[in-house]
Write a protein that binds this ligand. Structure first.
Ligand code: F0G
Length: 460
């Protein structure tokens, strides 16, 4: 028999988690204003809110923490991370930041001005938030296939090069400060962008003389999909593919909390020394001196080590396979999920599960609350609440997709946990028609409202 594949690590330390009763959960979620961000973590059994900063660091990363150099300026930890970024990603210049959105804040402070447009593939919410905060517009150029959850397209994160060129033709160069390519594309379901598509974006960027910046949180998972799905890539290593991917970018923002498998951290990496010089000023203002940028030296060391571990093929294979296993089990129970399965998460199609509830009552949020009450599993709404209001009209925006995202932390949960989640979702799916109503907004913030929104149940 052919031997099955197994995780390329074993577990040295464990953390207790406790399952609560249904009555307890009903009470807690009510007290939380039906917002899962307001729950205490000990009210959650399996936490799939995010894969960001929730992974398990390795023994080698923890030992790197002990070697951290906490000098304010010129720490060896800074040079260690600088060397890792050059080695793996090919950039000469880098700025540490405390997380991904801080990298966006610093870089966009230089690049994005009022009235600008920023084309890209389904910009992540903080990315879009930082664009709209500057009174600029994020234009979504993702391929149409991405919005049909049933189509099994291998690269649903791809940009539609026709849509992108339309934007580049329509607006003068001064109004388009950058193109953003999000790898993998979180908001379209953790879906990858192909190497061919990245090259196509580069060609258009050259034609219209606009820089390309990668939003790179899950770049290694993107490379894994290129290796396993794109013609002619099978025999290349993950690191070769990563190097080629980034060779088409002028720069990158990174949330290290994902594919660098650390609990906190981010960075900007750039090719152009002048852009680096300008961004440095904002980095010092917002984040900290250039050689630590809002992080401890030990964090920089852990990121450097994590970048190497996150780009190992066997690790990526076990990670992506675990996510797919959860997807397959849910599919077996009849639950409609985004196809193909995403790199970091499974996305349940709430528009289909709860089609009998009006979209104005927030279907994906309703499903998220039901799954929590069912089993203590916390996912996150990627739907109308997260889509926020239109910045001009202030009307609610209803995106084409209403998804419940179940994001899997790296190296953290076992396959038995995945089985538990699948059964829980299967149970909710089975009783879906008994869920008669959703929620109304009671209180909300003017931007990024999903983090703090308070909801009330609508009764029949
Ligand atoms: N870009 C992408 C594609 C992301 O997924 C995230 C964060 C960020 C940027 C911002 O990074 O959190 O370090 O400031 N995504 C998390 C998530 C929060 O749950 O998907 P950050």
């Amino acid at each position: 028999m052919e031997l099955p594949f197994a995780e390329p690590y074993r577990i040295k330390m464990v953390e207790s988690i406790r399952c609560s009763t249904r009555e307890e959960r009903e009470q807690w979620i009510k007290e939380a204003g039906y917002n899962l961000f307001n729950l205490r973590s000990d009210q959650v059994f399996i936490d799939l809110l995010t894969d960001s900063g929730t992974g398990a660091m390795s023994d080698k990363q923890w030992s790197e923490m002990m070697l951290g150099d906490e000098s304010y300026a010129g720490a060896s930890s800074y040079y260690k991370l600088k060397a890792a970024i050059k080695d793996l990603l090919g950039f000469d210049h880098f700025l540490p930041t405390h997380q991904g959105r801080a990298a966006e804040n610093v870089l966009f402070s230089v690049l994005v001005k009022e009235g600008n447009v920023v084309p890209g593939n389904s910009h992540f919410d903080t990315t879009k938030g930082h664009i709209e905060f500057r009174k600029a517009e994020a234009i979504d150029c993702t391929i149409d296939e991405a919005f049909d959850t049933t189509i099994d397209h291998p690269f649903k994160g791809n940009l539609d090069l026709g849509k992108l060129e339309d934007v580049l033709k329509k607006y003068p160069r001064e109004q388009v400060p950058l193109i953003i390519v999000t790898i993998t594309c979180n908001s379209s379901g953790g879906q990858p962008v192909s190497l061919a598509n990245i090259k196509g974006v580069r060609q258009l960027a050259d034609k219209y003389n606009v820089p390309v910046i990668f939003d790179s949180a899950r770049f290694a998972e993107n490379a894994y999909f290129i290796k396993t799905r794109e013609a002619g890539q099978q025999d290349r290593s993950i690191r070769e593919i990563v190097a080629e991917m980034f060779s088409y970018a002028d720069g990158m923002t990174m949330s290290s909390k994902k594919d660098a498998i650390v609990n906190i951290g981010g960075f900007i990496a750039l090719r152009d020394p002048e852009l680096f010089r300008q961004a440095s000023v904002f980095n010092i203002m917002f984040e900290g001196f250039l050689t630590y940028g809002g992080l401890a030296g030990r964090d920089l060391n852990a990121i450097a080590q994590g970048l190497y571990e996150g780009t190992e093929f066997d690790y990526l294979k076990s990670r992506i396979n675990q996510v797919a296993m959860l997807g397959r089990k849910m599919t077996d129970f009849g639950v409609p999920v985004q196809m193909p399965y995403g790199g970091h998460a499974i996305f349940v199609n709430a528009n289909e599960v709860l089609s009998h509830i009006p979209k104005e009552q927030f279907r994906a949020q309703t499903l998220a609350v039901e799954l929590y009450i069912e089993a203590g599993v916390r996912g996150v709404e990627i739907g109308a609440i997260m889509a926020d209001r239109d910045p001009v009209t202030r009307e609610n925006r209803y995106p084409e997709l209403e998804l419940l995202r179940l994001a899997i932390p790296r190296r953290t949960y076992t396959n038995d946990h995945m089985n538990y989640v699948a059964v829980a979702m299967g149970n909710v799916y089975e009783r879906r028609l008994q869920i008669k109503t959703g929620f109304a907004i009671e209180e909300e913030a003017p931007i990024l409202r999903h983090f703090t929104v308070k909801l009330s149940r609508i009764w029949e």
